[in-house]
Design a protein around this ligand. Sequence first.
Ligand code: DQA
Length: 149
Amino acid sequence: MSKIMVLNGPNLNLLGSREPEQYGHETLADVEAMCAVEAQRYGHEVECRQSNHEGVLIDAIHEAGQRIKAGEMLGVVFNPGAYTHTSVALHDAIKGAEVPVIEVHISNVHTREAFRHHSYISPVAAGIVVGMGIQGYVLGIQGLIHKTR
Ligand code: DQA
């Protein structure tokens, strides 16, 4: 059974208490449980990771790349948090490791501050889900399965 990595970047460990008007009241554990249920509907398992550190996220993308090549993993549903708007290194990791990534943002970044309008991840993403709340992760899982079928 191939796995799906659900990867969350900086500050997403604070879901539930962080700016609830922007990100809702559900916790990261709630999000991960939803993802597990959705993946299971399609016969997949999720592997959930969260880190506040760019290098750890890069290592996770590299690992996903190896496991995809080994046929153990489908791809990554990834909310890179603020690194979306700053990280050339994550862009390069996704491209270099040839990982199908669905980029997810809980909020609609395009209605927010101008610095959130640009993403270094979007040009190397297989798909993007923006502004759908935490349901975006479920849509991301569906999209990844659809894209990699
Ligand atoms: C976010 C949007 C980013 O701009 C922000 O830095 C986050 C969360 C979202 O899910 O809406 O941390 O990725």
